[in-house]
Design a protein. Structure first.
Length: 202
């Protein structure tokens, strides 16, 4: 059905799957980015703060990062062979179920609760008193400028910048989910090798 001649949107706000089809790469999806909408994939990373080494990566067709935290945590633990102690992430990863998962795994989290799009006078996302989100907001507020949440900007963002700017990787060259996932894994491996070689040269 449609309203006023426009196709009804999907529950997540994106165009419905039936609205259009990409014949070049049917596995890709329309994703919302800072620069608008693109047809593509979402590459996600977990990075070691001390050395900026990528310890886990995954590829999805979902523009949101909300479902990514637990898979990245589990992949990082499998790759490292040890339990993670602390995790910081931006507001896109912060949801109640993720905070519960961190508690179950005994990992201390620093996840920005984020800002509400509209509505609350403070601009902050509404949180239920006593909830994990409320406790996380209080933890970050207590730490202030020394909050370990701020380490995220010094950890993941530089790695993404190095991949995009220093190495010129701005778009995937292959088509199909399996091929693009392998390409993303190769890009991450190349980044790690570059870091390791630079460390040996010091």
């Amino acid at each position: 059905m449609s309203e006023r001649g426009r196709p009804r949107r999907a529950p997540d706000g994106r165009p419905p799957q039936r609205a259009q089809r990409n014949f070049t790469d049917p596995d890709s999806r329309i994703l919302k980015t800072r620069d608008g909408f693109i047809q593509g994939y979402n590459g996600q990373l977990a990075v070691d703060h001390a050395h900026q080494i990528i310890v886990a990566q995954r590829l999805t067709t979902n523009g949101s990062d909300q479902a990514a935290l637990v898979p990245l945590l589990d992949a990082a633990r499998a790759a490292l062979g040890r339990k993670l102690r602390e995790v910081s992430a931006d507001a896109g990863f912060c949801r109640e179920s993720h905070l519960e998962a961190l508690e179950d795994r005994r990992i201390r989290g620093y996840l920005a609760p984020g800002r509400a799009a509209h509505g609350t006078p403070s601009g902050r996302r509404r949180t239920r008193p006593g909830s994990g989100m409320a406790k996380m907001a209080a933890r970050l507020k207590r730490a202030g400028r020394r909050s370990r949440d701020r380490l995220r900007k010094q950890t993941v963002e530089p790695v993404i910048g190095q991949i995009k700017q220093a190495r010129g990787f701005r778009q995937f060259l292959l088509r199909g989910f399996a091929q693009v996932a392998a390409e993303w894994a190769l890009v991450c491996t190349a980044h790690n090798l570059t870091k390791l070689l630079a460390a040996r040269a010091v």
